[in-house]
Ligand binder design. Structure first.
Ligand SMILES: [Zn+2]
Length: 223
């Protein structure tokens, strides 16, 4: 939904932006102070397969709702709210790197009219190398926990030579079980990129036996 109006509005909650906020001086992003507050980043960093994985947000209500409107309902106007005021910081942090997006379901991309991972990370102005693809079209959210661990068999590398000797950042929207990220690292490593990092918009917290509402079955799970 694109609303053309003379009064600037918050892209997230549609309330009128009375005065330009201080942060709007530093970015093109238009969020009201309340939404800027709600979209607090966590900068959660961990190591997976010896690779640094940075997740910006916790996958909680505000983020979840905005991602659903953007990714699930195709509200492209929200594309640039996620990197928010961290665009410059991230641009500098990953300067000289190229981005390798985790592929999403082609069917979903067609339905929403854009690839959400590409749209979110495009504002960083870094080269994108689409060298990961899905062998068969599937939605990650349709997979159970055990099936997610087998994701390495569902991805393939196209033109892997494009990342040889390059510093790469694997990018995705969510870090849930980490299975996709691990699979991507294992598949890309043989092409000898100079370095590998991972950046995801958000991460989910494990609650009891559940990760993002998905029951974790540890039986038979290779760790
Ligand atoms: Zn707002």
């Amino acid at each position: 939904m694109i609303l053309k109006t003379k009064t600037p509005m918050c892209k997230n909650c549609m309330s009128k932006l009375v005065k330009p906020s201080l942060s709007s001086l530093f970015s093109n992003n238009q969020l009201c102070p309340a939404c800027i507050n709600r979209f607090q980043v966590h900068f959660y960093e961990r190591k997976i397969e010896g690779v640094s994985v940075l997740s910006l947000y916790l996958y909680e209500e505000t983020f979840k709702e905005a991602l659903y409107r953007f990714k699930g309902r195709g509200d492209i106007i929200l594309a640039d709210i996620f990197l928010n005021n961290y665009r410059v910081y991230l641009k500098l942090k990953y300067w000289g790197n190229c981005l390798v997006p985790i592929p999403s379901s082609r069917q979903s991309d067609i339905e929403r009219g854009f690839n959400h991972v590409l749209e979110v990370f495009k504002p960083l102005g870094l080269e994108m190398i689409n060298c990961l693809a899905k062998k068969v079209d599937f939605k990650q959210s349709d997979l159970g926990f055990d099936e997610r661990q087998e994701v390495i068999n569902k991805l393939l590398v196209i033109d892997g030579s494009k990342i040889s000797g390059r510093k790469i950042v694997i990018v995705d929207d969510l870090f849930t079980t980490g299975a996709t990220v691990k699979a991507a690292i294992k598949l890309l490593r043989p092409f000898q990129p100079k370095s590998i990092k991972v950046l995801t918009l958000a991460y989910t917290k494990i609650k009891g036996n559940y990760v993002d509402g998905l029951e974790v079955k540890t039986r038979g799970l290779k760790r």
